[in-house]
Design a protein around this ligand. Structure first.
Ligand SMILES: Nc1nc2c(c(=O)[nH]1)N(C=O)[C@@H](CNc1ccc(C(=O)N[C@@H](CCC(=O)O)C(=O)O)cc1)CN2
Ligand SMILES: Nc1ncnc2c1ncn2[C@@H]1O[C@H](COP(=O)(O)OP(=O)(O)OP(=O)(O)O)[C@@H](O)[C@H]1O
Length: 202
C-alpha cells in the first residue's frame, strides 16, 4: 500500500511500517482530538505567529490531521501554500483556497485546484510544516520514502531561505535515532499533540 520503490535503507523501511501500523490502531475520536491539539500547538509557535506565508499540507489517511490547522491559518489571514505532487516526486505548490477547492488525486491525497505557482514558490514561505512518520533527536526526519520533502529542504537550503521548518507527528514518533542517508536534511522542530520538541540541541 503506497510504499514507493525508492524507500531508502531497510531500517527506514521497517520504521515506516511500524509507525503506519501503530497509526492504524488509533480510534477516530483520538485522531480528531489529536488534530485539534496539534493545531493549537502549531498556532502557538512563535515562528508561526509572525509567518505571513506558510507552506502546509492536507493530511492523508492516518496522518495527524491538518484540517483544523489549515482552517485556523486561513482565518488568521496567513497565505497558505499546499503541495501538488509531480510525476518526478518533486512538489509544485498552489494556494489553499478553502476545503471546497481541494480535489482527490489518488492515494488518499487531496490537492488544491487553484493556480500552480511552481516548485520554487516554497522559498517564499516564512514557515514550512512537513508531514512525516518519525524524527530523531538530531532532527533527521523519516518521510514516506519518495524524497519529496528532502527535495524541498534541499531547495530551501540552496536558495538561502531559512524558514522555520516543523514536522507534525503523533506523540511517540520522536525517536532516539534514525539511520540517515547523505541526502537527508535536518529539521529543528517537531510538533505533536502533547508538545513541541526542539531538535538538534544536545
Ligand atoms: N499529507 C501529505 N501530503 C503529501 C505527502 C505526505 O506524506 N503527506 N507527500 C510526502 O512526500 C507527498 C505525497 N506522497 C504520498 C505517498 C504515499 C501516500 C500513501 O501511502 N497513502 C496511503 C494512505 C496514507 C496513510 O494512511 O498514511 C495509501 O495509499 O493508502 C500518500 C502520499 C506530497 N503530499
Ligand atoms: N535533493 C534531492 N533531489 C533529488 N532526489 C532526492 C533528493 N533527496 C532525496 N532524493 C531521493 O529520494 C529518495 C528517498 O529518500 P528518503 O528515503 O530519505 O525519503 P523520505 O525523507 O523518507 O521521504 P520524503 O522526503 O518524501 O518525505 C532517495 O533515495 C533519493 O533518491
Amino acid at each position: 500500500m503506497g510504499e514507493p520503490k525508492t524507500a531508502g535503507n531497510s531500517r527506514k523501511r521497517e520504521l515506516r511500517r511500524t509507525v503506519l501500523a501503530v497509526r492504524r490502531t488509533l480510534p477516530p475520536d483520538d485522531r480528531q482530538a489529536a488534530a485539534e491539539e496539534l493545531a493549537r500547538r502549531v498556532l502557538a509557535l512563535d515562528e508561526l505567529a509572525a509567518a505571513r506565508t506558510v507552506a502546509a499540507y492536507v493530511s492523508v489517511g492516518t496522518e495527524p490531521g491538518t484540517g483544523p490547522l489549515l482552517r485556523a491559518l486561513d482565518e488568521r489571514g496567513a497565505r497558505v501554500l499546499l503541495p501538488v505532487l509531480q510525476a518526478d516526486n518533486d512538489l509544485d505548490w498552489a494556494p489553499y483556497e478553502g476545503p471546497d477547492a481541494l480535489a482527490p488525486v489518488g492515494r488518499g491525497l487531496r490537492e488544491p485546484t487553484g493556480p500552480r505557482l511552481g516548485p520554487e514558490a516554497v522559498i517564499e514561505a516564512d514557515a514550512v510544516l512537513l508531514p512525516g512518520l518519525a524524527v530523531d533527536r538530531r532532527g533527521l526526519r523519516l518521510g514516506r520514502g519518495a524524497g519529496c520533502y528532502d527535495r524541498v529542504l534541499a531547495r530551501l537550503a540552496a536558495s538561502g531561505a531559512h524558514p522555520a521548518c516543523a514536522v507534525l507527528l503523533y506523540d511517540g514518533e520522536v525517536v532516539d535515532h534514525i539511520d540517515g542517508e547523505a541526502h537527508d536534511r535536518l529539521v529543528r522542530t517537531a510538533v505533536t499533540p502533547a508538545g513541541v520538541h526542539r531538535l538538534g540541541e544536545e
